[in-house]
Design a protein around this ligand. Structure first.
Ligand code: Z5A
Length: 210
């Protein structure tokens, strides 16, 4: 049975995930791959509803474990309904954020035990991990100025030290996980994009990947 490849784009808010997802898609399509672009939290009607619940500002404090389980509920739906069928059909799936975000935000940012995140991941998407992750790394203050004119969601209203913990957790994960390629996203867009294209081309030219 043909199977496509699973590529994710990670990073803090304003790091350039959406901007560069378009570029990665173009590169893959130029190589003749059929690409399904999607995002998390979200990607199905139910998962998008959970996204609205997660991102909407609210007065009630949201428990870290409740937040984590909502994220995995959305992910289980997205994987079963969209990601796995596409991969089985031989399509390449390009997803903005996936479980590396949960290690960064819920484990790193909120303090949920990373072992619990790993266990929930194994329940929500057994055996499915990205083949390649492009991690766009930029200092939170610099990235936030790029989105300064937007209205802020519940995560973006967090304090600065939350984003530092998230970034630190991403850095640890990028060192430990061979599927993650670190990209310095604090530079001008043209430089960032050159490095992204290089990383994707290297992945494609590695035997067994394409
Ligand atoms: N979340 C979580 O906690 N746990 C999880 O497991 C998952 C998610 C999956 C929503 O995610 C929230 O969900 C997120 C974490 C939480 N928290 N927050 N905040 P999201 O991915 O939908 O939201 P986001 O990270 O806030 O995305 P974003 O703000 O849209 O950022 P982006 O996609 O990385 O950036 P962009 O839209 O491509 O670029 C922003 C602007 O910067 C734009 O004007 C660009 O033209 C500009 N830009 C981009 N790159 C550059 C460079 N290199 N130089 C200058 N300007 C640039």
């Amino acid at each position: 049975m043909p199977t496509g490849r699973f590529i994710t784009i990670e990073g803090g808010e304003g790091a350039g995930k959406s901007t560069n997802a378009d570029l990665v898609r173009e590169v893959l399509e130029r190589h003749g791959f059929d690409v399904l672009a999607t995002r998390e939290p979200g990607g199905t009607p139910l998962a998008e509803e959970i996204r609205s619940v997660l991102l909407g500002p609210r007065d009630e404090a949201v428990e870290a474990m409740a937040e984590t389980m909502l994220i995995f509920a959305a992910r289980a739906q997205h994987v079963a309904q969209v990601i796995e069928p596409a991969l089985r059909a031989g399509r390449w799936v390009l997803c903005e954020r996936f479980t590396d975000s949960t290690f960064a935000y819920q484990a790193g940012g909120r303090g949920v035990d990373a072992e619990v995140v790993a266990q929930l991941a194994e329940l929500a998407h057994p055996g499915l991990w990205p083949d390649l992750t492009l991690y766009l790394d930029a200092p939170p203050d610099a990235a936030m100025t790029r989105i300064a004119t937007r209205s802020l969601d519940r995560f973006e209203r967090e304090r600065g030290d939350f984003f530092e913990r998230v970034r630190k957790a991403y850095a640890v994960r990028a060192r430990e996980q061979p599927h993650i390629v670190h990209i310095d996203a604090s530079r001008d867009l043209a430089s960032v994009q050159r490095e992204i294209v290089g990383a994707v081309e290297r992945f494609l030219s590695t035997p067994g990947n394409a």
